[in-house]
Ligand binder design. Structure first.
Ligand code: SF4
Length: 499
């Protein structure tokens, strides 16, 4: 959909240019109108004719579009590390550095702000391109968010769209206002809990048992839910990226494929999900590569980084990945280029609009530094889950007595802590654990778990330790502990505390 400026401007500020675009801060791709004075954005509004945002933008989108280029710590120059210090440099020095250390086995890791265009360029350098998100070999969602509002039964699994696809939450609320039955199954109370008809606090073991009971139509209330799924066409199941990064992944995909095939249940996988064929971080052998190129902050997934490895960071901020790399290259944000997002849970093909100039493009930088040659176009899967051939793997046995560490979504994502306004939404990283589990583990209130302060709360399921994913050690306001130190399992968000 090509958006055009409204007949009457929405802003009262002085501007001389109106530019319409899509925010690529998450999968909602909210349409917006930016009011600009020359090169500067003076105001931004959600576009009233965009079907997903219908005139709204969330805090994250407003901060990304309006604040990113004004932040004092935004990386705008190339830096090379020399004897532990970063020295301002240029692209020729990077090229010359590489000529002295020939690279044999590079790998690329693509994070949240990666684009399909970046993947096509970096895929020419190596076949070892990995993502911090999840690749699904089918369409990640059977319906767009605005159609969620027409559903009569919604089952949300470990999903809090307020933290992932922010503006999509309204469509669940709309459905509930119209009488939909919302079943919210999650490891902690979340924003859907207030509106849900049925709230179940469950860890992965309990969740699997419930889904098995629904499939078998065993016992109350699961037999009623099964009957509802069988008889209503307007049913939807929403699953988070967090659960796909857990031992339950293949069980869940198979569960949803089953519902879709038998009953036509609609489905939406939400979070950093792509239908572009790409390797996932869980399969990387970091030590086997002599050069890692990170697009965005990706190395926070690791506990230890190999010594004697070249690392190039294409980054917005001097984050953990940048500080642990030898070369830092400025990364343009979506508003500074025309780009198609790699993570695309609703499989839109909305491109970002270039609102402002940025001195670097990934295409120019990579093709200048490296000798890249042609490679096949990536495969993009657009088929329905019911038509997909999925390479199903064994689901790990989950045991009732297992305790799960969940490093999951919370209000502020990892780069959000570089924006004062967003940081204020969640100032401190916490470990959340309920009383029963804390007693079992001998953990006390305000003690530390893996360096993070503990809060004992009964808003978390039994046998669960929940930690926010959005923190790491290089953030400017209040540092936290990176995911890799809490859950030493790159590419996963849920794993057992003990094997
Ligand atoms: S909901 Fe997502 S796409 Fe919409 S404004 Fe927020 S971050 Fe941007």
């Amino acid at each position: 959909m090509n958006l055009k400026p409204t007949d009457i401007p929405l802003s009262v500020k002085k501007f001389n240019k109106e530019v319409c675009g899509y925010c690529l801060g998450c999968g909602c791709h909210c349409g917006f109108i930016a009011y600009m004075k020359d090169e500067e954005i003076v105001d931004v509004y959600g576009h009233p004719y965009d079907k997903n945002s219908v005139g709204s933008l969330c805090n994250k989108g407003i901060a990304l579009i309006g604040e990113t280029d004004k932040l004092p710590y935004r990386i705008k120059d190339i830096f090379i590390k020399n004897k532990g210090e970063f020295i301002k440099s240029d692209i020729d020095e990077v090229k010359s550095l590489l000529s002295k250390k020939p690279i044999k086995k590079p790998a690329v890791i693509m994070g949240k702000f990666s684009t399909l265009e970046d993947y096509k360029i970096l895929g020419k350098l190596t076949k070892d391109v990995y993502t911090t998100g999840v690749f699904l070999p089918f369409k990640p969602s059977s319906i767009p968010p605005y159609e969620w509002s027409n559903m009569k039964l919604i089952i949300a699994l470990e999903t809090d769209p307020v933290n992932s696809e922010v503006m999509a939450t309204r469509w669940i609320m709309d459905a509930v206002e119209k009488g939909a039955y919302l079943v919210n199954i999650s490891s902690r109370y979340n924003t859907l809990s207030a509106k849900a008809s049925m709230n179940l606090l469950m860890n992965p073991y309990q969740l699997k048992s419930v889904l098995e009971n629904i499939l078998e139509g065993k016992d109350e209330p699961w037999n009623r839910l099964k009957a509802y799924l069988e008889t209503t066409k307007e049913s939807l199941i929403i699953v988070s990226e967090t659960l796909l990064k857990s031992p339950l992944r293949y069980f869940l995909i198979s569960f949803i494929k089953h519902l879709r095939t038998l009953y036509g249940t609609e489905y939406s996988f939400v979070g950093n999900i792509t239908n572009v064929e790409i390797k996932e971080l869980k399969d990387i052998n970091l030590e086997s590569h002599d050069l890692i190129i990170s697009v965005d902050n990706t190395l926070y997934e690791f506990n230890n980084l190999p010594e004697n490895q070249e690392r190039f960071s294409l980054s917005l901020f001097p984050d953990f990945t940048a500080m642990n790399s030898n070369v830092i290259i400025p990364l343009p944000l979506f508003k500074e280029r025309e780009a198609t997002p790699l993570f695309n849970p609703f499989a839109y093909e909305n491109k970002s609009t270039k609102l402002q100039n940025f001195p670097y493009t990934i295409e120019d930088t990579v093709s200048y530094i490296f000798d890249i040659s042609g490679q096949e176009e990536p495969t993009i899967y657009k088929n329905d889950i019911s038509d997909s051939e999925i390479d199903m793997k064994e689901t790990d046995d989950l045991r009732c007595e297992d305790i799960y560490v969940i490093v999951g979504d919370s209000p502020v994502e990892i780069w959000g802590h570089w924006y004062p306004w967003l940081h204020g939404l969640e100032r401190e990283q916490k470990v959340y654990i309920n009383k029963k589990t804390a007693e079992k583990l001998g953990i006390k209130e305000n003690s530390f778990f893996k360096g993070v302060s503990v809060e004992i709360t009964n808003t978390v399921s039994d046998n669960t330790i929940f930690v926010s994913e959005g923190f790491e050690e290089s953030q400017p306001f209040k540092i936290g502990v990176r995911k890799g130190r809490i859950l030493n399992k790159p590419g996963f968000r849920i794993w057992r505390l003990r094997e």
